[in-house]
Design a protein around this ligand. Structure first.
Ligand code: LLP
Length: 434
């Protein structure tokens, strides 16, 4: 469920007409719904209500300061993967005491910052990393709480570039050597074993791989509890969202058309299957979802520049490009595209939707059936709240989009469009060229 829907002919985010936002702030612009984020957090918490649960929002999905403040108010911690992300949380006026520091390549400086900022735990990806954390903690005269990331060798059945739980992925430690790694960790003077971690991939749309991974790792955790004083088990993120029927999926009734077996993954089914498997451990359970919490809470608005009618082929050229929303170019991913002004009297057209950048990959959709729209009209790319702005770049010297947050009938610009001056601010011409 989400809060993007037509009120009459006009697409709204909560109670705000998106045309008003496009008029005020131009395009491309990301618009986020605070109400949707709040609902997503509440629903996920409710689905695992019987457990001692801590959600650590994977902020790589969307790290805008305003959203981080909202998450802090909702009581989540954060899944952090860089020194920059730690500093962002602090800049948002929150703290990292319920947050975890993950990632395969933590540098000494990042480990030091995480320790000084008081992170809840480190999610360790390798034996050499354990040695490094022990070393930095020793230098600072502190003890670092850790969990080792177990790679359960489960196929997440998602896009190859975002699957992480197979043994040939770079992530975690195989289960066969994990017990020895824990014993070695416990002997390090500046390490405190606090938990076990796993994460098998992103955009999982069925419960099967989650169930398989949890069923595989729970016996290991239970055995480890006998020899180590564990506080928590983290089962990662990865809950998928609806992309193909994104707008319609906002309605409560949308889910009712599916039988129990065919229903797309919901937080309720996730909790119903995993809750009973996790309960017997008696541990705190950490979840690190990113996409599920923000994905359907954001859209990207983009204005039509031209409708180019070719021989047997139409191209809708919009003012957003692969630098603004990289997912289609990178993962061939699907984003539903809808007009801000719905007009059922207009004929549908079949068209490619493309950006202005000079490469064929700068294409958002192929042979898409859309209501006919023309120059100057604005469309919304649905489900763009996760891995949208955070993956935007300056390719083609294009300033990154503006960002707006909506709550009810209130809205505010939370990040202006990046200016040309901001883009070149750190650059200089060397003396030998002057
Ligand atoms: N925990 C770890 C250790 C992760 O690596 C990730 C995501 C998450 C949690 C959050 O996963 P989520 O709940 O969002 O699925 N850029 C790609 C997705 C990359 C995911 C990377 N890791 C995309 O746009 O689809």
């Amino acid at each position: 469920m989400h809060h993007f829907s037509y009120h009459g002919s006009k697409l709204h985010c909560e109670d705000v007409d998106l045309n008003e936002i496009a008029g005020l702030y131009g395009s491309p612009t990301y618009v986020y719904s605070a109400g949707t984020i709040t609902d997503n957090v509440t629903r996920l918490q409710a689905s695992l209500a019987g457990l001692d649960l801590q959600i650590c929002y994977a902020m790589k999905a969307n790290s805008s300061l305003a959203l981080l403040r909202l998450f802090a108010q909702l009581g989540t911690g954060f899944d952090l993967v860089s020194g920059g992300e730690i500093r962002r949380v602090l800049a948002a006026g929150a703290d990292v005491r319920s947050s975890v520091f993950a990632g395969v390549g933590k540098t000494e400086a990042e480990i030091e910052l995480a320790l000084q900022s008081g992170v809840f735990s480190f999610h360790v990806e390798s034996e050499p990393e354990l040695i490094r954390i022990n070393h930095v903690a020793g230098r600072l005269g502190v003890v670092a709480p850790i969990a080792i990331r177990i790679n359960p060798d489960v196929d997440a059945k998602t896009h190859a570039k975002i699957t992480t739980g197979k043994s040939d992925n770079k992530f975690g430690i195989p289960m066969s050597v994990a017990a020895a790694a824990y014993d070695a960790a416990a002997k390090l003077p500046h390490i405190r074993v606090a938990g076990v971690q796993m994460h098998i991939g992103s955009q999982l749309t069925s419960i099967g791989p989650f169930r398989e991974a949890v069923e595989k790792v729970v016996p290991f955790v239970a055995a480890l509890q006998k020899t180590h004083d564990l506080a928590y088990f983290s089962i990662g993120g990865g809950i998928g969202i609806i992309y193909e029927d994104a707008l319609a999926s906002g309605a409560e009734q949308w889910w009712e058309k599916f039988s129990d077996e065919d229903r797309p993954l919901t937080p309720e089914s996730y909790g119903a299957v995993l809750g009973p498997l996790l309960q017997p451990l008696g541990l705190k359970i950490l979840l690190e979802p990113g996409r599920f919490l923000v994905g359907n809470a954001g859209v990207m608005l983009s204005r039509v520049e031209y409708l180019k009618r070719g021989a047997g082929k139409n191209f809708l050229v919009v003012d957003a490009a692969m630098n603004d929303l990289a997912r289609p170019a990178m993962y061939d991913s699907y984003h539903e595209i809808v007009p801000l002004e719905r007009d059922s009297s207009r004929p549908a057209m079949v068209t490619d939707v493309v950006g202005p950048i000079c490469e064929t990959g700068d294409c958002f959709a192929k042979n898409r059936k859309l209501q006919t729209v023309g120059e100057g009209e604005v469309v919304a790319f649905m489900s763009a709240g996760a891995y949208g702005y955070t993956m935007a770049s300056n390719y083609n010297t294009r300033g990154r989009p503006a960002e707006v947050l909506v709550k009810g009938s209130a809205f505010e610009l939370i990040h202006p469009r990046e200016s040309f001056e901001q883009q070149i601010a750190g650059e200089s011409i060397p003396a030998f060229l002057t």
